[in-house]
Design a protein around this ligand. Structure first.
Ligand code: NAP
Length: 245
């Protein structure tokens, strides 16, 4: 007798699916039975994740290219239309993509970099969620995952716009969760992955031995859990994977 997979029949969109945590979550979601929509800037880098999923026998993914620094409402609407036309449903949305910006004192932080980081890390999850809500509301059990950070809970010197954007993401999670909890089947939670072996981590901590931090693959199952039926009823939570694997 075959056991039903945790994400069987679900369609899940993951931003920043080309590498790091987004790639690992995309692959783990496909392994759990989901059809994944890989969203990112470049088709070539997303194709590597696509190929990895197909090679392991996962459902054929879709690729949507979008630069989240310019995620205007019309472009996000077009993402919704593509998903509606291709799959007719959306059950999960993982806002994973982010830009580290500069690690520098606020006193000398470049305002243009500030705007770019806020656009990718905070404005894009807001606008994309807005555009995709009709599809998510039509799902019998929809899950939105935002991505926070330790510096978005307690600010740390020099983390600049990145820290501010992640404070915003925590608030955005609470707003959507509170507004949707009594009127829909959409749950919204924020995950802080904690130190994880990716290129972003290496940029932020160039002197660190990468082997000393956990891999993206080791935390992907927490995302799968939140995307699955098992997490029904969990909403508005700020989930910390710092000490988890
Ligand atoms: P990463 O390896 O640097 O990957 C970032 C992803 O975001 C890439 O797929 C990148 O795509 C995408 N991205 C960046 N700018 C984009 C844009 N303008 N439009 C579309 N996609 C864009 O980072 P990561 O470490 O996996 O981080 C994933 C999430 O976890 C982020 O939200 C990060 O803030 C959070 N986080 C990470 C850690 C950690 O230790 N790694 C700790 C706390 C929180 P390209 O390939 O096109 O650049």
């Amino acid at each position: 007798m075959s056991v039903e997979k945790a994400l069987a029949e679900r369609v899940i969109l993951i931003t920043g699916a080309s590498r790091g945590i987004g790639r690992a979550v995309a692959i783990a979601s496909a392994e759990a039975g989901a059809t994944v929509v890989l969203l990112g800037r470049e088709e070539a880098t997303l194709s590597a994740t696509y190929d990895a999923i197909v090679a392991t026998g996962g459902a054929m993914p879709a690729i949507i290219t979008l630069d989240l620094s310019v995620a205007h409402p019309e472009l996000c609407q077009s993402v919704a239309e593509q998903i509606q036309a291709t799959f007719g449903r959306l059950d999960g949305l993982v806002h994973n993509a982010a830009d580290l910006g500069d690690i520098t004192p606020m006193e000398m932080y470049d305002p243009d970099t500030f705007d770019r980081v806020m656009s990718i890390n905070l404005r894009a999850p807001f606008v994309l969620t807005q555009a995709l809500l009709p599809l998510l509301k039509a799902s019998p059990d929809a899950s939105v995952i935002m991505t926070g950070s330790s510096v978005g809970r307690k600010a740390r010197a020099f983390w600049g716009a990145y820290a501010l954007s992640k404070f915003g993401v925590e608030g955005l999670t609470q707003l959507f969760a509170d507004e949707l909890k009594n009127t829909s089947n959409v749950r919204v939670n924020c995950v802080n992955p904690g130190a994880t072996r990716t290129s972003m981590r290496a940029s932020a901590y160039p002197g660190e031995n990468p082997e000393s931090v956990k891999t993206p693959e080791s935390i992907a199952h927490h995302y799968v859990h939140l995307l699955s039926e098992a997490a029904r009823g969990t909403t508005g939570q700020s989930i910390d994977l710092t000490a988890k694997s």
